[in-house]
Design a protein around this ligand. Structure first.
Ligand SMILES: NC(=O)c1ccc[n+]([C@@H]2O[C@H](COP(=O)([O-])OP(=O)(O)OC[C@H]3O[C@@H](n4cnc5c(N)ncnc54)[C@H](O)[C@@H]3O)[C@@H](O)[C@H]2O)c1
Length: 303
């Protein structure tokens, strides 16, 4: 039975595909290449824009990892229609393909952003979502649609609410932004927000472990798991880590939005309580500082 990875040409998807083909699993990537690159040629590739229904049938009983989306919170506040299509329509079309092919499971990547500005930190899955960005709202809508399909058609489905994922091949997020800026100008560093925003960061390998664990261990029907490291670090601390590794000491210029956020829809503080998936058997190897340090090394090596 093959595994399907929508968005398999992107940052997280390409790592998942490497892991799957490394264990000799037949793997099919479905991606429109709007942002990713098809890297692992041992997987099959279907170029398709999932804003439209799939024209072909998936092999019966396939397992599906649904990652295709536009992951930018910032852009979602500027281009709502495009984001709705990429974050919600892609989910509906993937669910229909899953239903028609009697898929064995569907693993979905959601986000810590669904909790918005919650006061309960670390935040566990019992906290009511309260999105403050279109991206988070659309991820929550996708979760609801998946839950409905799961109950109605008996599809085993899992939604993983991820903290910020870092690592090689990442092309967005704070680590990439700060490194790019320092490569352009090592003397001045612009930081979005007041630098005091504190969030949790997780290394890519730990995320892939969580995805594969839930395939085996999550119960049938629909379940939600937080996936994050057990601490959080500030943007100022991330800048320090990067500057030390790049051996530069720039002047900081802050660009706060409103009460110190990086942009509209940004959360100021995020740390997940991931006890539920840890009880299932997940063992993250890196905390936030270690994850960021390792990712910065990857990115500086151009890995
Ligand atoms: N990176 C993070 O920190 C993070 C955190 C939480 C959740 N997520 C979620 O994980 C998933 C993967 O994120 P990523 O960081 O790898 O993003 P990415 O942008 O690197 O990958 C997304 C992939 O989806 C593809 N895609 C986009 N629209 C498509 C469409 N209409 N049809 C087919 N393919 C399409 C893109 O070409 C790209 O290859 C996303 O759903 C994202 O929302 C990411």
């Amino acid at each position: 039975m093959p595994y399907i990875v929508t968005g398999g040409a992107g940052f997280i998807g390409s790592h998942l595909v490497d892991r799957l083909v490394g264990t000799r699993r037949d793997t099919i990537v479905i991606d429109d290449l709007s942002s990713g690159n098809y890297i692992n040629k041992r997987s099959k590739f279907i170029k398709h824009d999932l804003r439209r229904p799939l024209k072909i049938s998936l092999p019966k009983g396939s397992g599906i990892f649904h990652l295709a989306a536009n992951p930018s919170v910032k852009d979602s506040m500027l281009d709502i229609f495009n984001h709705f299509d990429r974050d919600v329509k892609t989910t509906l079309n993937t669910l229909e393909a899953a239903r028609k092919s009697d898929s064995e499971f569907l693993i979905f990547l959601s986000t810590s952003a669904v909790y918005g500005d919650t006061r309960k930190i670390p935040t566990d899955e019992s906290v009511a979502p309260n999105p403050i960005s279109n991206y988070a709202e659309f991820k929550l809508l996708s979760e609801k649609m998946i839950e409905f399909y799961s109950k109605t058609y008996g599809l085993k489905a899992v939604s993983l609410r991820l903290a910020n994922v870092v690592g090689k091949r990442s092309d967005h997020g704070v680590t990439v932004d700060l490194i790019d800026k320092l490569r352009d100008d090592p003397k001045v560093l612009e930081l979005l927000g007041d630098g005091k925003q504190e969030k949790s960061y997780i290394y890519i390998d730990d995320v892939i472990d969580a995805m594969l664990l839930t395939v085996k261990k999550a119960p049938k029907y629909f379940s939600v798991y937080n996936v994050g490291s057990s601490d959080r670090i500030s943007v100022n601390r991330i800048a320090e880590i990067i500057e030390r590794k790049m051996r530069v000491s720039p002047k900081h210029v802050y660009r706060p939005f409103g009460d110190g956020r990086g942009w509209k829809g940004d959360t100021k503080m995020m740390q997940l309580d991931s006890s539920k998936i840890i009880r299932l058997g997940w063992k993250p190897r890196f905390n936030s500082s270690q994850a960021v340090s390792k990712a910065v090394e990857d990115l500086l090596e151009g890995a």
